[in-house]
Design a protein around this ligand. Structure first.
Ligand SMILES: [Zn+2]
Ligand SMILES: [Zn+2]
Length: 397
């Protein structure tokens, strides 16, 4: 599978010998000296090699040099190239560990100052990849994935996922208050009925793509590495269509209108989104559907202003109601309610009606309703009213 040339690969920095554990703290400089000067046997107590030495880079190497050195070594000791070779496995883990430290500015700083002891609180630093190769691939997939195609699904064209769709739904405040079930209608891509998504005219089948041998991927060499790309002939599909389906023109999809019954929960707010999994565009044969995102708009209400679960309302009262006190009927989303206005109420007074607001989305109770009282001064008076007002003035009001 791999045809990469190793000519010119310089395995500098790799030596089979290892420093023996001495029981003392081994600094990178010491470890370097020990590694060069002693022949030893590997054991559980083996001291770690200097990370710079492991990667064969100088201590002032920049990020690119470190990455490049790592790629070369990882290439050489990659488990796919050295199946069943425990030493290669060990080397691969070792250089991955070194790279994980030296490619991270903070860890590298600690390592430079304190050596292995500076990482993981001493004792030489645990291998961050105790879980094995899969951990390493998970960490460095972007670097290693290219080399051996692990990033791609093996043995076939890549599965596609359909697009996510977005639809907007407008609700009234009353609907948001009670919760409502609505039919939501939108257009999406489904598999073409004429060709069942294959793109080939009914009665024919797509042909196997020759250049990629039906895999949808081709490999080409770039320097030391084999790089996988989508096959340009079949555009990653692994098949080519000679006789196209007349219904869809060969792309395998048709646009259809879909209607879904969607329950909007009580308390839903303007700007909330509901995600309906698997109701987006089709991803093609064997592919996965995208999702549908429903953006909720709640229309402004002429009576109530809303802020989260609380609602706000302003009511006018006449000055005699304010002065003498009264019972006042105010609308709430729960129905009209009579509230008691005490004598001597000032304009701008805010009444709080507990639990008269919107249901909370988490289902725990309701918000409150706030009623701001505005004492309205009459702009015109009947002759009888004017006379009474005069009497009030004489009485000192
Ligand atoms: Zn192809
Ligand atoms: Zn079709």
């Amino acid at each position: 599978m791999i045809a990469a040339s190793f000519a010119g690969l310089n395995p500098v920095g790799f030596r089979p010998g290892r420093a023996r554990a001495t029981g003392h703290l081994i600094t990178p400089a010491m470890s370097l000296a020990l590694a060069g000067g002693l022949s030893t046997t590997p054991s559980a107590m083996t001291a770690k090699r200097c990370y710079y030495e492991t990667l064969g880079v100088t201590r002032d190497a920049d990020g690119d040099s470190i990455k490049s050195a790592f790629r070369k070594l990882a290439m050489r000791w990659h488990p796919d190239r050295n199946p069943g070779d425990p030493e290669a496995e060990e080397r691969f883990k070792e250089c991955s560990e070194a790279f994980s430290v030296l490619s991270d500015g903070q860890k590298r700083g600690l390592y430079d100052r304190f050596g292995h002891a500076g990482l993981n609180g001493g004792g030489g630093g645990a291998n961050p990849f105790g879980g094995g190769f899969e951990d390493i691939f998970a960490h460095f997939g972007d670097i290693l994935g290219d080399m051996f195609g692990r990033g791609a699904r093996e043995g076939g064209p890549r599965r596609r996922r359909g697009s996510d769709l977005k639809v907007e739904v407008e609700l009234d405040l009353e609907e948001a208050f009670t919760g409502v079930t609505r039919d939501v209608t939108f257009d999406r891509h489904d598999l073409c009925g004429g060709c069942k998504g294959s793109g080939a005219r009914a009665g024919t089948r797509p042909d196997h793509c020759g250049p990629c041998n039906g895999t949808g991927r081709i490999q080409r060499q770039q320097g030391f590495f084999m790089v996988q790309t989508a096959c340009p002939v079949c555009r990653g599909q692994g098949t080519i269509i000679k006789d196209r389906c007349g219904d869809c023109g060969g792309d395998g999809f048709q646009r259809v209108q879909r209607s879904l019954s969607v329950k909007f929960p009580a308390g839903i707010g303007d700007g909330n989104r509901l995600r309906v999994q698997g109701e987006g565009d089709s991803g093609g044969v064997g592919g996965e559907r995208g999702d549908l995102a429903i953006h909720v708009r709640v229309r402004p209400n002429p009576t109530f202003q809303r802020d989260g679960a609380d609602v706000y309302l302003t009511r006018d009262i006449v000055f005699t109601q304010a002065v003498l006190g009264t019972d006042l009927e105010v609308p709430t989303l729960h129905g009209a309610q009579t509230v008691s206005i005490p004598a001597g109420t000032q304009t701008g007074t805010v009444l709080r009606l507990r639990n008269r607001g919107m249901p909370r989305l988490d289902g725990v109770g309701h918000g409150d309703q706030y009623v701001t009282l505005n004492v309205a001064i009459p702009s015109t008076l009947s002759p009888a009213q004017a006379e009474l007002m005069e009497q009030l003035r004489c009485a000192g009001l």
